[in-house]
Structures are given as structure tokens and as C-alpha cells.
Design a protein around this ligand. Structure first.
Ligand code: HEC
Ligand code: HEC
Ligand code: HEC
Ligand code: HEC
Ligand code: HEC
Ligand code: HEC
Ligand code: HEC
Length: 343
């Protein structure tokens, strides 16, 4: 409740008496004052001392996975106004997108494939029923909303309580307690999503003396189990999907954990063996092949079919991420194994 942005207050105040309490004069004057009680500080606080990590992270889809639902914020990814096929009328009010009469605040998804618009309320949000695919300039049913709507004039699924917190929580660094109003500096997967809260580290390092402790998660040399759990808090582990899920390609920590490569390499195979955590997934196959060959080289463990190259296409094939619906997203299966023709 405590950190409603100004535009929301302006729109809702006449209707919702309750909100008067939330819009204290302090919040109404400045944009959003930093919450000094939060142990999180935001990426910008890391830049002065870790410029290299900051600069490369800034360009990632992790960074862009939560955006403001404004034309200016979305830039080239912004959709055209007008009737959305099967999904209401998209318009703009002062640069902010609106569906029918519902103002939209956030967009989830970097635009690599699909982006889903979100309308925020106090302790719930509406996940709009059609998602936008900017590279094709197409709208498609949002995954999970394939079933006919219960209420005809509803523009999407209303997500409440814990589920709403989780939905935004996987696309942001931290949320205020009991509120869905994410501060701008916490948009997207940030440094502190992986390294943990940074306030104490920043304060300690700022003093310039050799500190007794780092006061942040280093993650350097972290093992396979630790990173599967960390990355899996968003990308999902076996605990989230159940033992019989076929989604080994959509949920990489889950897929990887089933692989003999993972199980039989004594915690050495991690997400970071193949990915730089401060960059997007590379699309050049060579570095991945190099990683495979670091464990599978002649004479002993080489591939009888192709010992040199093209490993990924055969042992981590790309498959559609969603089993139902028409979302075209494809992902590399992280269950590394021998795929026979009929699977
Ligand atoms: C005032 C400078 C300063 C700021 C600001 C700062 N750090 Fe650091 N950080 C350091 C120093 C110095 C080290 C220790 C480097 C070493 O021992 O090699 C360090 C170490 C780290 C490490 C461990 C690296 C390793 O080699 O194990 C991580 C991770 C890290 N910082 C993340 C962050 C994050 C995230 C932020 C922002 C929330 C941040 N730092 C802000 C100075 C800073
Ligand atoms: C706080 C949640 C969260 C955590 C923790 C997290 N991720 Fe992600 N990750 C995401 C989201 C959300 C996306 C989707 C970005 C988008 O919208 O395209 C993503 C996308 C990615 C991508 C794809 C980028 C591309 O090229 O399209 C890679 C690779 C990735 N994450 C690796 C990791 C690894 C490795 C870790 C752990 C070291 C990790 N992630 C931890 C939420 C998270
Ligand atoms: C447990 C963490 C988690 C939760 C909860 C979560 N997401 Fe995500 N989301 C991810 C990750 C990780 C990715 C990237 C990989 C993927 O598509 O699975 C992602 C990707 C996306 C994408 C981009 C899909 C694409 O095809 O590029 C959208 C849009 C999205 N999420 C919207 C939402 C919405 C809306 C909610 C809540 C109703 C939500 N997410 C809940 C973790 C999460
Ligand atoms: C998706 C998770 C993730 C995010 C986001 C992330 N890091 Fe990291 N970071 C890691 C992991 C994992 C390692 C260990 C890499 C390794 O072992 O090679 C690491 C390593 C580091 C190191 C040590 C680098 C070295 O080799 O000495 C620093 C410093 C650091 N991160 C700072 C940052 C800063 C600053 C940000 C934000 C701008 C950030 N990280 C964002 C996961 C992440
Ligand atoms: C950290 C070491 C490591 C890396 C990196 C690695 N693997 Fe493995 N992989 C293993 C181990 C250990 C086994 C168990 C069998 C063995 O010892 O040869 C294995 C088994 C396999 C198998 C047999 C699977 C089965 O179910 O019988 C295939 C296929 C395979 N790996 C392919 C790959 C490919 C392709 C890559 C790169 C994308 C890769 N591996 C990366 C360690 C690794
Ligand atoms: C053995 C190498 C390897 C390991 C280990 C690995 N990945 Fe990947 N990852 C890949 C390859 C190959 C791709 C496909 C890249 C492309 O699009 O060409 C990929 C792509 C991704 C993507 C983007 C979705 C897609 O398929 O395009 C995400 C997200 C991702 N990985 C997350 C993770 C996470 C999280 C971990 C640790 C649990 C992990 N990866 C471990 C090789 C690996
Ligand atoms: C054209 C598809 C294809 C390519 C490319 C390919 N593999 Fe294979 N690989 C297979 C098949 C099929 C098998 C099973 C062979 C058999 O058992 O008859 C296999 C078996 C394996 C095995 C198990 C070997 C054993 O002794 O059980 C490993 C490890 C492996 N591949 C790794 C790799 C690596 C690493 C690369 C890249 C350098 C690679 N593969 C490239 C199709 C391929």
C-alpha cells in the first residue's frame, strides 16, 4: 500500500476512498523515495565498482523482462493501437497503454518472443488474455488462458495474493511487502536477484578498507546443485514441476538435473559451464560444443556418431515450450541425452 505511484493515485482517487491513505503527501510530491529499510539497493548502486558486470548485464533480457507499459518505455517493441483480435480495444492515455477502460502498468517478457501486459490493483493484478509478439506484430492467447473466459467483458485473468506476488517476483528483484507496486530500480532480474541483498556489501566496501567479510553471495565457483537451486527459483526445479513433467526444455534446471552429465559429474556441471550469468544465452554453437568436449573427448568418452561438432542439435534439441496453445516459443532441451527418433 505504501508506495503507489502518482499516476495511479490520480486515476483512482476519485473512485477509491481507501487509496487516500496510501497517497501520503510525501509520495505524491517525489516519484518514489528509496525505501531505506529495504536490504536491496538496485543495480545502479553496483555500477561504480563493478562496471564490467553492470554494462553487460544492462543489455540482457534478464534486465528487460519487466518494463513500463508506455510507448516511450517499450520503444520499437510497442504495439499499434486498435482492436486486439479477440481481446478488447487497445488505446493510449498520455503515452500509457489502456485496454478498454483498464490502464496497464507493466509488461512482462523482454520481447524475445511474447510480452504480457499487466494491470495492477492493490493486491491483485490482471494478466491480459492476449500477449503481444513484437517481432511478428501479432497477438496470441496468453499461455494458460486458452479456455473460454468466465466473464464476457473481462480482458484477462485476475491473479490474486501470493500468486500475483510470485508472478511479478520472478520478473523483478524485490516487491514491497503486501504490495505489487514494484519500484523502477527493481524492474527485471537484477544483480541482487542472484547475489542477494546488497545494502550491507555496498556500505562495507564503500569504506575503502579491507573488509572482514564480503557481505554478499560471491557465487564464484558455486557448484551444480547450488546454481540449479538459485536459477531454479525462477527457471524451475523438479520440485516445481513434479517428476513426470515433459517440460524438460522449458524448465532448464529440472531438465539438466535429470541428465547423466549432471548426475555423474560430481557437482561440476553448472549453468555457468555453458552460460555467462551476465549475458544472454549465446546463439553460436561453438562455445557450447567446447563445453561438451571439455568432458567428452577422445579417446574414451567421445561420441560414436559425431565426435567433433553439432552436439547440441542432437543431444539438446529445440522443442516447443508450451504443450497447448499456439505460442511459438521454442527452447533447447536441457535434459542432455541420446534422443531416439520417436521421442
Ligand atoms: C564501493 C565499491 C563497491 C560497490 C558499490 C559494490 N561492490 Fe561488490 N565488491 C567490491 C569489492 C572491493 C569486492 C571484493 C573484490 C575482491 O575481493 O576481489 C567486491 C566483491 C563482490 C562480489 C564477489 C566477487 C568475487 O570475486 O567473489 C560480488 C558478487 C559483488 N561484489 C557484487 C556486488 C553487487 C551486486 C553490488 C551492488 C548491490 C556491489 N557488489 C556493489 C566493491 C563494491
Ligand atoms: C528472479 C528470477 C530469475 C533468476 C534468479 C534467474 N533467472 Fe534467468 N530468466 C528469468 C526470466 C524472467 C527470464 C526471461 C527473460 C525474458 O523476458 O526474455 C530469464 C531468461 C534467462 C536466459 C535466456 C536469455 C536469452 O538469451 O533469451 C538465460 C540464459 C537465463 N535466464 C539464465 C539464468 C541463469 C544461469 C540463472 C542463475 C545463475 C538465472 N537465469 C537466474 C528469471 C530469472
Ligand atoms: C517461478 C518464476 C516465474 C513466475 C511465477 C512467472 N514467471 Fe514469467 N518467466 C519466468 C522465466 C524463468 C521465464 C523465461 C523462460 C520461460 O519462458 O520459461 C519467464 C518468461 C515469461 C514471459 C516471456 C515468454 C516468452 O515466450 O518470451 C512472459 C510474458 C512471462 N514470463 C509472464 C509471466 C506472467 C504474466 C506471470 C504471472 C501470471 C509469470 N510470468 C510468472 C519465470 C516466472
Ligand atoms: C542471473 C544471476 C546473476 C545476475 C543477474 C548477476 N550475477 Fe554476478 N554472478 C553470477 C554468478 C553465477 C557468478 C559466478 C560466475 C562464475 O563462477 O564464473 C557471478 C559472478 C559475479 C562477480 C565475480 C566476477 C569475477 O569473475 O570475478 C561479480 C563482481 C558479479 N557477479 C557482480 C554482479 C553485478 C554487479 C551484477 C548486476 C549488474 C550481477 N553480478 C548480476 C550470477 C549473477
Ligand atoms: C562436466 C562434464 C560434462 C559436460 C560439460 C557434458 N557432459 Fe555429457 N556426460 C558427462 C558424464 C560424466 C556422463 C556420464 C557418462 C560418462 O561418464 O561418459 C555424460 C553423459 C552424456 C551422454 C550419455 C547420456 C545417456 O543418457 O546415456 C550424452 C549423450 C552426453 N553426455 C552429451 C553431452 C553433450 C552434448 C554435452 C554438451 C552440450 C555434454 N554432454 C556436456 C559429463 C559432461
Ligand atoms: C551443457 C551446456 C548448457 C548448460 C549446462 C546449460 N545450458 Fe542453457 N542453453 C544451452 C544451449 C545450447 C542453449 C540454446 C542456445 C540457443 O538458442 O542457440 C541454452 C539456452 C538457454 C535458455 C534460453 C532458452 C532457449 O532454449 O533458447 C535458458 C533460459 C537457459 N539456457 C537457462 C539455463 C539454466 C538456468 C541452466 C542451469 C540450470 C542452463 N541453461 C545450463 C546450453 C546449456
Ligand atoms: C547427428 C546427431 C549427433 C551429433 C551431431 C552428436 N551426437 Fe552424440 N550421439 C548421437 C547418437 C545417436 C548416440 C548414440 C549412439 C549409439 O548408442 O548408437 C550418441 C552418443 C553420444 C554419447 C554416449 C557415448 C557412449 O559411449 O555411450 C555421448 C557422450 C555423446 N554422444 C556426446 C556427443 C558430443 C559431445 C557431440 C558433439 C561433439 C555429439 N555427441 C554429437 C548423436 C549425435
Amino acid at each position: 500500500m505504501k508506495s503507489l505511484p502518482r499516476f495511479l493515485c490520480a486515476l483512482l482517487l476519485p473512485a477509491l476512498v481507501l487509496l487516500v491513505v496510501a497517497c501520503s503527501p510525501k509520495n505524491a510530491e517525489t516519484s518514489l523515495p528509496p525505501d531505506e529499510t529495504s536490504p536491496f539497493v538496485g543495480n545502479a548502486a553496483c555500477e561504480p565498482c563493478h562496471a564490467a558486470e553492470f554494462t553487460s548485464h544492462q543489455k540482457t533480457r534478464h534486465m528487460a523482462t519487466m518494463q513500463e507499459a508506455t510507448r516511450a518505455g517499450l520503444g520499437a517493441l510497442a504495439p499499434e493501437r486498435g482492436q486486439i483480435p479477440g481481446g478488447g480495444m487497445l488505446s493510449e492515455q498520455q503515452g500509457r497503454f489502456v485496454i478498454n477502460d483498464l490502464p496497464l502498468q507493466l509488461v512482462l517478457g523482454s520481447g524475445k518472443t511474447g510480452m504480457t501486459f499487466i494491470a495492477l490493483a492493490d493486491d491483485s493484478c490482471t494478466e491480459i488474455q492476449t500477449s503481444y509478439f513484437p517481432h511478428e506484430k501479432l497477438w496470441r492467447t496468453t499461455p494458460g488462458q486458452e479456455k473460454p473466459k468466465a466473464v464476457a467483458d473481462q480482458v484477462g485473468r485476475i491473479v490474486i495474493g501470493q500468486e500475483a506476488q510470485r508472478c511479478l517476483g520472478c520478473h523483478a528483484v524485490t516487491l514491497p511487502e503486501n504490495s505489487l507496486q514494484v519500484e523502477r530500480r527493481f524492474f527485471g532480474v537484477g544483480c541482487e536477484s542472484c547475489h542477494g541483498p546488497g545494502r550491507e556489501h555496498v556500505a562495507t566496501m564503500g569504506k575503502g578498507e579491507k573488509p572482514a567479510k564480503l557481505a554478499i553471495e560471491s557465487l564464484k565457483g558455486a557448484g551444480g546443485e547450488q546454481l540449479n537451486t538459485l536459477c531454479g527459483s525462477c527457471h524451475r526445479t523438479q520440485d516445481d514441476v513434479g517428476p513426470l513433467s515433459k517440460s524438460t526444455n522449458r524448465f532448464q534446471p529440472y531438465g539438466l538435473s535429470l541428465s547423466r552429465c549432471f548426475k555423474e559429474s560430481k557437482d561440476k556441471l553448472t549453468c555457468v559451464t555453458c552460460h555467462n550469468p551476465h549475458e544472454d544465452a549465446g546463439t553460436d554453437p561453438k562455445p557450447y560444443e567446447k563445453a561438451c568436449l571439455s568432458c567428452h573427448s577422445a579417446p574414451k568418452k567421445a561420441c560414436p556418431v559425431n565426435p567433433k561438432e553439432k552436439c547440441v542439435g542432437c543431444h539438446m534439441p529445440e522443442r516447443p515450450a508450451f504443450e497447448v496453445g499456439d505460442t511459438p516459443t521454442k527452447m533447447a532441451d536441457h535434459f542432455i541425452k541420446i534422443y531416439r527418433a520417436n521421442r
